[in-house]
Design a protein around this ligand. Structure first.
Ligand SMILES: Cc1cc2nc3c(=O)[nH]c(=O)nc-3n(C[C@H](O)[C@H](O)[C@H](O)COP(=O)(O)OP(=O)(O)OC[C@H]3O[C@@H](n4cnc5c(N)ncnc54)[C@H](O)[C@@H]3O)c2cc1C
Length: 496
């Protein structure tokens, strides 16, 4: 089938009734539900863009498998990496960088898996074959995947196998002729209610004894026993676009995923039972490079967006005439440009893999992941302080057409006679982005989407190639030399 339209994406959702729970009730057709309708519409728009002549050449490629999304195509050169960047940018701009788990994110993951058959073949050739077949299935049907990598926060001091019950953290209960049976929970599956498939793998950190928790597989979202428990929505479908321009469009549902003895057929199993391999998979495939590329471009777009909102807001009431405000905005610009520079570095200093594909340089992308986790929250806080009380003081859309309309027009105008509607519209946007529950989630997303920043920074220190730094330190230490000789030399120089 190759690239889908938005209508085809929605039609498939309607044909695959999944078990989604929201506010204590089981949701029927997600496409008709007020909470899920808008994000589904946004994803559908992304699929439609693949067919729009203005974007088709950027977003898709013609190949042996027909026309497919470029995120599925393994890059072979620097130019290919730049082309992927451009495609990631176009989709990210369509959602202002606010939908972190757009389909291209996990498309790159299955592409990276398929590019590393030797990793999965360590457990047996059939697993590598499963990965390849699954990649082609997802690519050729242009499916939308969600993923749940994290275990529920029950007792973080213990591993999966040490929890009070063996299958609180999702694990393999038994093997049958048909496949593996999994039980327990995982989180935090963003956009799961509107996805076609669920991909499961481990992040490094499994310990000896966690064999039952080492499992990599993919299943359709409507697989019996797969239960999605959605968090409380920030927009229940009744918010108007003027008061909440962002949350009324880009509210991504996040879910806890319960596996109630779910059968995963053997041909959908990519790895199981091998703790060392499950831990190694993340680094031994090009997963972290290709996903980091997509998330890095999206992060750049989001930084450009929030910096743009901060600059515009400062201009509307002329606080940008103050030096400290200019300094703050200059910092936001610098933080944004660091994102761009790291992407260029990652793409220019690319690495070649054993299969002849290329991947962006890991160190630059990892630095970008860490940078975003601290710089985005900083810029969001800056926006809060620049908007100050004004962010809270904005009237509702209903006030404009009411009898107090003249007051609104008079007291909510901006500098140089800026129309109140324009000023309120901008401040509402700013509050949705940095203050509202929706904005807090998008901030929490940047902090955590790539994992716990504490451990990311710690790993950065542990695994950093320290050769160059230590060479400089050794040079400096050699200047110091022996203490007795140093004193003698100093005395001689002083003529003592
Ligand atoms: C909005 C949002 C969307 C997300 N979307 C997805 C998604 O689509 N798919 C997905 O799989 N995941 C997703 N994530 C999950 C994300 O990967 C995790 O939030 C992240 O890895 C941190 O894990 P945690 O939330 O369980 O925090 P924890 O690991 O429980 O950490 C909580 C705190 O305890 C500390 N801590 C916990 N354990 C340790 C330890 N062993 N050593 C040192 N310190 C520790 C941490 O430093 C942190 O301060 C999303 C997260 C957010 C916020």
């Amino acid at each position: 089938m190759a690239i889908r339209t938005g209508a085809q994406y929605i039609e498939r959702l309607q044909k695959t009734p999944r078990e989604v729970w929201l506010r204590g009730e089981r949701v029927g057709d997600v496409t008709a539900h007020p909470v899920f309708r808008q994000p589904i519409e946004q994803i559908a728009r992304l699929y439609d863009m693949q067919h729009n002549p203005a974007y088709a050449d950027v977003l898709t490629r013609e190949g042996a498998a027909g026309r497919v999304g470029i995120s599925f195509v393994p890059p072979k050169s620097h130019e290919d990496l730049v082309a992927r960047h451009e495609a990631f940018r176009v989709w990210s701009e369509a959602t202002l960088g606010l939908m972190g788990r757009s389909p291209d994110f996990l498309n790159t993951t299955v592409m990276a898996f398929a590019e590393a058959p030797e990793v999965f073949a360590r457990l047996g050739q059939k697993y590598a074959d499963n990965v390849q077949r699954y990649f082609e299935y997802v690519r050729d049907n242009d499916l939308f995947l969600t993923h749940a990598l994290i275990t529920p926060q029950i007792d973080r001091s213990k591993s999966g196998s040490e929890q009070a019950e063996q299958f609180l953290h999702m694990g393999v209960v038994r093997e049958t002729d048909e496949g593996i049976v999994v039980r327990g929970a995982r989180m935090l599956a963003t956009l799961a209610p509107m996805a076609d498939e669920m991909l499961i793998y481990n992040l490094p950190g499994l310990r000896a004894g966690d064999e039952k928790h080492a499992a990599v597989f993919a299943i359709p979202i409507d697989t019996p026993g797969l239960r999605l428990i959605s968090r409380e929505p920030y927009d229940d479908g009744t918010r108007n676009t003027f008061d909440h321009p962002l949350s009324s469009h880009f509210e991504e549902a996040d879910c806890l995923v319960v596996f109630d003895d779910v059968l995963v057929p053997w041909d959908r199993v990519f790895l199981h039972g091998d703790v060392a391999l499950a831990n190694a998979m993340y680094a031994d495939t090009s997963l972290r490079q290709h996903t980091g590329h997509q998330t890095g471009v999206r992060g750049l777009v989001k930084m450009q967006f929030i910096t743009g909102v901060a600059m515009k807001l400062a201009q509307t009431v002329k606080i940008d005439s103050f030096l400290h405000v200019q300094q703050k905005l200059g910092e936001a610009v610098a933080a944004t440009e660091i994102c761009r520079a790291l992407l260029v570095a990652a793409e220019t200093e690319y690495e070649t893999t054993p299969t002849g594909s290329v991947r962006p340089r890991f160190e630059a992308l990892q630095t970008l992941r860490m940078h975003l986790s601290s710089s985005y929250p900083k810029v969001a806080e800056m926006l809060q302080t620049l908007g100050a009380g004004g962010l809270l003081m904005m009237p509702s859309a209903e006030d404009f057409g009411s009898e107090i309309g003249p007051d609104i027009a008079k007291y909510f105008q901006g500098a140089d006679g800026l129309d109140a509607t324009e000023r309120v519209r901008l401040y509402k946007l700013a509050w949705d982005l940095c203050g509202d529950a929706f904005g807090q989630r998008t901030l929490q997303y940047e902090r955590y989407y790539a994992g716990d920043p504490v451990r990311l920074y710690a790993a950065n220190y542990k695994f950093y190639d320290k050769t160059d730094s230590f060479r400089l330190v050794d040079h400096a230490l050699s200047l110091a030399g022996d203490p007795v000789e140093a004193v003698a030399r100093a005395r001689a120089a002083a003529g003592e």
